[in-house]
Design a protein. Sequence first.
Length: 495
Amino acid sequence: MTLAQWMPFIVLVPMITSGLVALLPGRNLPWLMTFLAATASTGLSLWVLFGIDAEPLRYAFGNWPPPIGIEYRVDAANAWVAFIVSGIAMAALLWGRVSVHQEIPERQNIFYALFLLALAGLLGITLTGDAFNVFVFLEISSLSTYALIAFGHDRRGLLAAFRYLIMGTIGATFILIGIGFLYMMTGTLNMADLAERIPAVADTNAVRAGFAFIIVGLGLKLALLPLHLWLPNAYAFAPNVITVFLAGTATKVALYVMLRFIYTVFGGDYSFGAVPLATLLMILAIAGMVVGSWVAMFEPNLKRLLAYSSVAQVGYLVLGVSLVSLIGLTATFVHLFNHALMKAALFMALGTVMYRTGSARIEAFYGVGRQMPWTMTAFALAGLSLIGVPTTAGFISKWYLILAAMEAGLAWLVVLILITSFMAVYYIWRVIEAAWFKPAQTDAQGATKVFREAPLALLIPLWIMVALNFYFGLETSLSLGAAEQAAQALLGAFK
């Protein structure tokens, strides 16, 4: 079998395994099968990533040639995103086994089956070359994610899932309407074929409407301010392993699809020339950076604090896109990877503390640093990456954003990036202060509450993620190299 023939298994392995996992008894066996499926997808994604040449890899299903049939069309951009998604899923599962035992004592087989469906949906969105297939996989991932958010013991997750369902349905409907407009004008759904046919009808109101619907729908899925309202509660009340998974994957895939439509389907000249998209994206990105960081500075629920931090980080991602340059898009793609690492590590550390304290309120973290030093040290180190301290992965992202802003002659934007980074210092310090410098909690009788350090099953995956944040802050050949290739694959002749 050729490498292209192996590509569908990146999606098929978790999708097929999900049906098997749903039938398995007990708790450990469903987890093991789920972890092995995610590991297999990660390995295949990495193989495809290193096997990409100048030309995209293509696989036509049923030997029906596109645009009649559906094909997977994989270049450096979606191969990179597929590796990020499957890798974070594998890391979340490695950390989450013990956490799931505590939060979801029953029906773990159904939980893990839904997890695999969500993973398969996200990977399918990433790899497909068919616009309608994007919508189909989007629904697979979204429906399973709604159920996963509601699966935890916190009943507020039900309301969070319902709100996410409403917002997600609106976003998906916008995307479908936009795709419908494009099909009406071109008669095709294949993305490469759309790219060839759209220029002939680009001046029509239907194409303009299709462009607007797709960008707004994907902006909602991306949680781009002001379309972010679903994200804080979805992250806050989902089971911890799902929060880790979503924080590292969902918004990344939405941004990739937006970039694919902007550059491949509509073309950069249309998206940034005929339509003032760059200015709009820059305004929304800056608003997200400032508002997300500001709200995080005063949020008492630490899962919501990190969720609003993610809104700010989405702003950084979109800011790189708005600069419309190779270095700006490279900054976006490297931050896709680095943000997944840092936010997964932070939510793992937060979930590890919650495993002992049972609460995400900042008051529950008082004095925990002295009782759970390994966990809180990991949180502090991952926080350095979020801030962008040198030698961390987060520094590489912000450095490239600063280079892109300087190349564009926007010195004021550099100042804004630094200001929002200092805002991150404040809200990360709030957690460290609570854990290390506040007196320990007491019970109703005035006795000090004692929390043991977390088990190694939680600490080892957590520290692996923390170590990766520093490794990729020093050794950037993989992350920067893949990001540059991804940016070049999307930009093509448009620079």
